[in-house]
Design a protein around this ligand. Structure first.
Ligand SMILES: Cc1cc2nc3c(=O)[nH]c(=O)nc-3n(C[C@H](O)[C@H](O)[C@H](O)COP(=O)(O)OP(=O)(O)OC[C@H]3O[C@@H](n4cnc5c(N)ncnc54)[C@H](O)[C@@H]3O)c2cc1C
Length: 390
């Protein structure tokens, strides 16, 4: 178990807005170190965390020109085994990192060339990526389509994000933290955050305000709505993702499989209990939570193109949620220009991957410890532009 202690300032009263994976990971980590933590969220299952496939996949996600995101992702992936072990220890609920490697597959020569470029990109950055012939890929994953042109094997894992979020809440309460089912907003007085105010009816104090030394805004894509006290805008926007859950036989699939079908990216993530997650769309359409017939059709079509036997699986669930996205795909984590107001949002497609690193950055700031290296690329102040220019 990782030992944690409060910093020189002693135990702080911390209020966290948002009980998605980011708010809960920060809250748990702080409560574990001895801080007095209260989390507010009116409806945690409506957040992006509830939809996430749970891939801990920095190398799969590595896009050209996004080295800072890759570095943060690799750093956070290294923290995940201890994060999961500590969570298991605190709750008695096993949080398993599914040991299913990722297989990136190509269905034609163009996609295969793109895989070659991706492998070169990863090798130059010190990542392991193993090129496979189509025959070798099908030996490892028998259900893959015979139309395969080539594949790449990456040593990545996945978690069940819903189980992690629910375990984080249990662990937080074990460490004396509180979760309130109300929405809130920061209270700022003369440039300093002094607590949070309830926006709902059920509340713990008659004044509707909980005093806090530090307020952490981790409200996903809604975070900018809580930052009116800042003298600059924080450009986090909703990015819609639609995703499906199927039921197959446990062990029928051994790898996360990712590919491109008719120009659309698709992934298939197996869980040990036979759940298979198929995702996901990426739609810049604002605050729209509809599951559309076209998206369900395309996701099923594309997944079955890669793994034909999935046609026999049971369709269990279709979900749409909004990712908190930023223009440079990097999250926004750390202190703001308001004393005591900390931001932890903008994790886009990678919030599950980046949760342990985010919790470490936020707790290091609150405890006055030096942040892990590379923290400046994620710093909350980097995206700030004067309000009148946005
Ligand atoms: C389809 C899909 C698939 C994904 N797959 C992956 C994946 O495989 N791997 C990966 O790393 N990432 C993945 N992601 C991204 C990941 O889910 C997000 O980056 C992550 O969940 C963001 O977590 P969060 O806690 O910041 O936000 P959320 O989970 O959205 O939580 C924010 C919370 O804030 C609450 N809130 C809002 N307003 C208030 C208020 N005023 N007061 C209090 N609370 C408030 C909301 O109710 C919500 O519960 C996926 C996302 C989607 C949509």
């Amino acid at each position: 178990m990782t030992a944690l202690t409060v910093g020189a300032k002693g135990p702080q009263r911390v209020a966290v807005l948002g009980a998605g994976i980011i708010g809960l990971a920060c809250a748990w980590r702080l409560a574990r170190a001895g801080h007095r933590v209260t989390v507010l969220d009116p409806s945690a299952r409506t957040g992006a965390t509830y939809a996430a496939a749970g891939m801990i996949a920095p190398a799969s996600e590595a896009a050209f020109g996004q080295d800072a995101l890759l570095a943060a992702g690799l750093a956070s992936a290294r923290l995940w085994p201890t994060f999961a072990a500590d969570l298991t220890h605190d709750t008695g609920r096993p949080i398993e990192l599914t040991p299913c490697a990722t297989m990136l597959v190509a269905l034609d020569a163009d996609d295969d060339n793109a895989l070659t470029r991706h492998v070169r990109h990863l090798h130059r950055r010190g990542c392991t990526a193993e090129r496979l012939t189509s025959r070798a890929a099908r030996r490892l994953e028998a259900g893959l389509t015979p139309r395969l042109a080539g594949a790449v094997l990456l040593h990545e894992t996945a978690v069940d994000a819903r189980k992690v979020a629910s375990a984080l809440e249990v662990a937080l309460v074990e460490h004396g933290g509180t979760v309130l089912a109300v929405s809130g907003e920061p209270v700022v007085h003369e440039g300093t955050a002094t607590g949070v105010r309830s926006l709902g009816e059920r509340w713990a104090t008659t004044s509707g305000v909980i005093d806090a030394d530090v307020v952490v805004v981790a409200a996903g894509w809604r975070s900018p709505q809580m930052l009116s006290a800042l003298d600059h805008a924080v450009p986090i926007r909703p990015l819609k993702g639609q995703i499906l859950r199927l039921r197959s036989s446990p062990g029928a699939l051994g790898h996360t499989v990712r590919g491109t079908v008719r120009g659309r990216e698709v992934y298939v993530v197996p869980r040990p209990d036979g759940e298979v997650v198929v995702g996901a769309t990426s739609e810049d359409v604002g605050e729209d939570l509809r599951v559309t017939a076209g998206a369900v059709h395309d996701l099923l079509h594309d997944a079955i193109e890669l793994l034909p036997e999935l046609a026999e699986a049971t369709l269990v669930e279709s979900t749409a949620r909004l990712r908190p996205a930023t223009s440079d795909n990097l999250p926004v984590v750390g202190p703001t220009c308001v004393d005591g107001l900390v931001l932890a949002s903008g994790h886009g497609r990678d919030g599950i991957l980046l949760a342990p690193l985010t919790a470490e950055l936020v707790s290091a700031h609150i405890d006055g410890r030096p942040p892990p290296s590379g923290a400046e690329t994620l710093a909350a102040q980097r995206l700030c532009t004067p309000k009148e220019l946005t």
